[in-house]
Design a protein around this ligand. Structure first.
Ligand code: G
Ligand code: G
Ligand code: G
Ligand code: NA
Ligand code: MN
Length: 251
């Protein structure tokens, strides 16, 4: 409850910021995406993990304004990057269920001048499992304007395959616990990664291995067919200069 109260004021107090973490190509060098990650620097507690404050934001109906700020801020940053670097932004189910989300994305793109083709929305399996006609329509509209989707944290949750059939993802991100298991020799995890890679190739999806902390893990995941990599080995999330400013969720 205390955190919720503080989170209500965090945007206008300038406590929210965005960090970016690279996703690199098969060569382990070329940055193909930067993932935007929300950060909350609490005046007394210091950094509060998104694992803690995102669920609070969702419960308190604050994820809308926070997510909108992050999207606008991240688009403004990304427009200064090289044209071949995409921006990925995490979106939660509540954001996608809001009727104004399409407008929010369109406005963030227009205000920043970022090409829609450079924006990738990361969503988790649980969202897709709640897919209904309205959500399908929203996803189609976003796809039509050029925005694409990544399936985040694959392997963490329910891992049923039917959601992959329901929508087109440009990327599947294999969760770091799964990467850990597969790269440390679990034959079952390796077999599952191989199957996902095969599926991804036939459906034109890139497979990213998350949570790479050592070159040996990248080598193991590359051998299984992953072609993009993310993790501390390549770069931790790095804070950008943009911060919320007093009285404004806009920049
Ligand atoms: O930054 P960190 O790796 O600790 O992120 C923890 C979790 O918080 C991840 O699951 C990540 O996807 C989520 N997260 C980070 N930033 C955002 C955001 O802007 N919106 C949403 N919905 N989730 C985020
Ligand atoms: O560092 P490198 O040259 O590989 O980065 C590729 C592109 O991504 C460049 O355009 C660079 O400006 C941008 N970039 C790399 N890391 C970050 C980051 O942490 N934040 C921001 N805003 N841009 C980054
Ligand atoms: O759910 P999502 O994949 O968006 O979560 C990203 C989270 O993973 C962020 O909190 C980020 O700080 C964290 N992260 C990124 N790279 C690594 C890594 O190599 N190892 C570990 N343990 N965490 C990582
Ligand atoms: Na993510
Ligand atoms: Mn993830």
């Amino acid at each position: 409850a205390l955190l919720e109260r503080d989170l209500k004021n965090a945007l206008k107090l300038g406590e929210i910021s965005v960090s970016f973490q690279p996703i690199v190509a098969n060569d382990g060098k070329t940055v193909v995406c930067q993932e935007a990650l929300m950060r909350w620097n609490h005046p007394e507690r210091g950094a509060v993990s998104p694992e803690v404050f995102i669920p609070i934001a969702e419960d308190a109906l604050l994820i809308g304004p926070l997510g909108e700020w992050l999207l606008r801020t991240a688009c403004h940053e990304a427009v200064n990057w090289s044209d071949d670097v995409k921006l990925t932004v995490n979106v939660s189910a509540l954001q996608l269920n809001n009727r104004s989300f399409l407008g929010t994305v369109v406005e963030a793109l227009a205000a920043s001048g970022l090409a829609p083709e450079r924006l990738v929305l990361e969503i988790t399996e649980s969202i897709v499992l709640e897919m209904d006609e309205e959500l399908e329509g929203l996803i189609r509209s976003l796809t039509d304007i050029g925005v694409s989707f990544a399936l985040d944290d694959f392997g963490r949750g329910y891992s049923s395959l039917n959601y992959i059939e329901k929508m087109q993802f440009s990327m599947i991100k294999i969760d770091r616990d799964f990467v850990q298991a597969a790269s440390s020799g679990s034959l079952k995890s390796q077999a599952i990664v191989t199957a996902i890679v095969s599926l991804a190739q036939s459906l034109d999806m890139v497979v990213t291995a998350e949570g790479i902390e050592a070159d040996e893990q990248a080598i193991a995941m590359r051998a299984l067919g992953c072609t993009c990599f993310q993790g501390y080995f390549y770069g931790a999330p790095t804070e950008s200069v943009a911060r919320t400013v007093d009285g404004a969720a806009e920049i």
